[in-house]
Design a protein around this ligand. Sequence first.
Ligand code: TYM
Length: 336
Amino acid sequence: MINGNKVLFSGMQATGSLTIGNYLGAMKNWVALADEFECFYCVVDMHSITIRQDPAELRRRARKLLQIYIAAGLDPEKSCLYYQSHVSGHAELAWILNCFTYMGELNRMTQFKDKSAKHADNINAGLFDYPVLMAADILLFQADVVPVGVDQKQHLELTRTIAERFNNLYGDVFTVPEPYIGKVGAKIMSLQDPARKMSKSDENPNGSIYLLDDPDTVARKCRRAVTDSEGMIRYCAEQPGVSNLLDIYSACTGKTPQEAEKEFDGQGYGVLKDAVAESLNAILQPLQKRVAELEADKAYVDRIIRDNAEKAQYYSTKTLRKVQKKVGFPERPRIK
Ligand code: TYM
């Protein structure tokens, strides 16, 4: 609890360009939940370097991501929007939690398997340890709830296991967090291959719609989306491409997929695709406008970054000191 409120923590990697999957699966729920909790939304730049990054590009993307958090509707005066690398507790707690996590547990992580297959020339220890840093992110703030897309569920389960293991040994140190996974939009699929998740790192740019795509590009990508030859608009496993479009439409408009299915009953795929593009552009256009404004207001964004780093450092230190004491580290002398 912070100031009598339950705590929400979540984060995104500053790798690649954000897709509508990131927005509809996570960020949209962050905004919806922001008033109910004391919130921490992190730009996880330390996670990003588990894959080789161009340093200037990473810095640029991290700042852009923070601006997108604000543009999406998070109030940086209320919610704490900050960079992971600005708060030393993430790495410090990750080290301690490493000593309470088993190799076998990390070996089972599907994201590790996927990423190590994709980056076979750079299977570094950080990539293997990625879920422990993520657990540290969450536990550092004693988060009650973590809104994420379906693909992060396994990491959340491991976080809970680590927290419970630690609590069993040392008493109630950590809040055991609950994942929050939205009913719609929790797994947006590629527009070119509806069997695969829409991903920032997809080589085929037509498979993903990026948050900063212009309206014509959005419309073109929707029109090219892979569907099927059924000729019917049904929300079902046999029509994954059509169902994915209905999912996107529902997540954008707040309708259920069943309501959307009814709305398009008897219509052609072209009509559905144009409606999806329109519903996306209605969200993306104002977001992009706000990002451009923030880009121009350097002093404001710099102040937000500074103030929130301080806030995050303050709350994270509380947990960190408690944990350090529990595991038996000597008390710190006051160092200037
Ligand atoms: P990342 O950066 O891959 O994705 C950010 C968020 O977007 C969700 N997401 C999706 N949701 C629906 N459909 C999709 N196609 C889709 N693609 C991505 C993800 O589930 C995620 O919620 N490991 C995390 C970042 C992280 C984190 C944390 C999250 C680090 N520490 C602590 C929560 C709490 C990641 O790589 O997300």
